[in-house]
Design a protein around this ligand. Structure first.
Ligand code: IPM
Ligand code: MG
Length: 389
């Protein structure tokens, strides 16, 4: 069960925390605004250390273009090994125009894909929440998105992202042919579906599974396996199925009909961007990528904002750090079982928004003060202190 994470370092607020093993974090800021937003996460971690007596062992390394520049590869073996050894990886963002023309296998994005694949982070949780204070930031009408709280669960280590054969080949007549393979096995489907049902039980108890069973065999299998698992173990959860294209449409028409949406890697990539934008800005959306629980209940985990490296505003101190801060809150919740501390971070963000403090991406009606990355970090820290300092 997701809620039953055992935590060796959870001696917070009682007894001698030095007796417990420290929580181990690896921070991979990456490129572009990844660096800036992770700086604000660092400050919140420091605050937690001082005020909440949460001690973290923090390592930092390079990923993406930064690693290419320093080491000639988007992720070194040493960094990969560090990621395997920590309780949670906090990831910023990768990519930028500087590395766009590199061959496919050497691009910054490969660093992220390698982490996902080698850590077996098959379950990607992408919540989309509309804060009341930001209901006007959405391009959709307030009455459609007000109170929205959905969870996209994206399969992250299978499907067309990793399927073989893949590549570009030259045909005898001189044409070229690009090939990718969509492939899913029973177990890959069942393990992510199980996470969907577990999540739903702690939310509104509804799962919608999205595929293209009308055109793809992998979609037929997906639907059958999700249905079978539901029959076997999760009949208390309401399950519906939708074709992924219809799901994309329904997300715009009436997004609040959904609770948990579970879908494959590629559809999840697309639907989660769409769901994110319902909230007004990609700068608001966190994510968690989890592996299977080991015998002690521990899951490998990587937390990252859904937004990318945003080269257009990188280095200017303008980026919204909220998605990264909320990703850290997810780490507190899912890797360390510290729901109270996670709530605290989320509440501090909510209060900051209620006060009308906005970065450029979410500025609009209701803005009282427009701030940059650091200003938003300051405001959230201020609220943290007011709530629990
Ligand atoms: C995401 C991104 C990645 C993906 C890229 C950066 C490889 O779009 O996390 O959604 O396609 O998975
Ligand atoms: Mg994406």
């Amino acid at each position: 069960r997701l809620s039953e994470r055992r935590d060796v370092g959870a001696a917070k607020g009682e007894g001698d925390t030095t007796m417990a093993a420290n929580k181990k974090l690896l921070i991979l800021p990456g490129d572009g605004i990844g660096v800036e937003v992770m700086g604000e996460v660092r400050r919140v971690i420091d605050w937690m250390g001082k005020k909440r007596r949460l001690s973290f062992d923090i390592a930092e390394d390079k990923v993406g273009g930064a690693a290419i520049d320093a080491h000639g590869t988007p992720l070194t073996d040493e960094a990969m090994a560090k990621a395997q050894g920590v309780d949670a990886v906090l990831f910023g963002a990768v990519g930028g125009p500087k590395w766009d023309s590199l061959p496919f296998a050497q691009k910054p994005e490969r660093g992220l894909l390698r982490l996902r694949k080698e850590m077996e982070l098959f379950a990607n949780l992408r919540p989309a929440i509309v804060f009341d204070a930001l209901v006007d930031a959405s391009t959709l009408k307030p009455e459609v998105v007000k109170g929205l709280d959905i969870m996209i669960l994206r399969e992250l280590t299978g499907g067309v992202y990793f399927g073989t054969p893949r590549g570009i080949e030259t045909l005898p007549d001189g044409q070229r042919r690009g090939i990718n393979t969509q492939v899913y096995t029973t177990n890959e489907i069942r393990r992510v579906a199980a996470v969907a049902f577990e999540l739903a039980r702690k939310r509104k108890n509804r799962v919608c599974s999205a595929e293209k069973a009308n055109v793809m065999e992998s979609g037929v299998l997906w639907r059958e396996e999700v249905t079978r698992l539901h029959q076997e173990s999760y009949q208390d959860v309401e399950l519906t199925h939708m074709y992924a294209d219809n799901c994309a449409m329904q997300l715009l028409r009436n997004p609040r009909q959904f609770d948990v949406i579970v879908t494959d890697n590629l559809f999840g990539d697309i639907l989660s961007d769409e769901a994110a934008m319902l909230t007004g800005s990609l700068g608001m959306l966190p994510s968690a990528s989890l592996g299977a629980a080991d015998s002690s209940g521990r899951r490998k985990a990587l937390y990252e904002p859904v937004h990318g490296s945003a080269p257009d505003i990188a280095g200017q101190g303008l980026a919204n750090p909220v998605a990264a801060l909320m990703s850290f809150a997810m780490a507190l919740r899912y890797s360390f079982d510290l729901a109270e501390d996670a709530d605290l971070v989320e509440e501090a963000v909510r209060k900051t928004l209620d006060k009308g403090i906005r970065t450029g991406d979410i500025a609009g009606p209701g803005t009282v003060e427009k701030v940059g990355t650091k200003g938003m970090g300051d405001a959230v820290l201020g609220q943290l202190t007011a709530l629990a300092g």
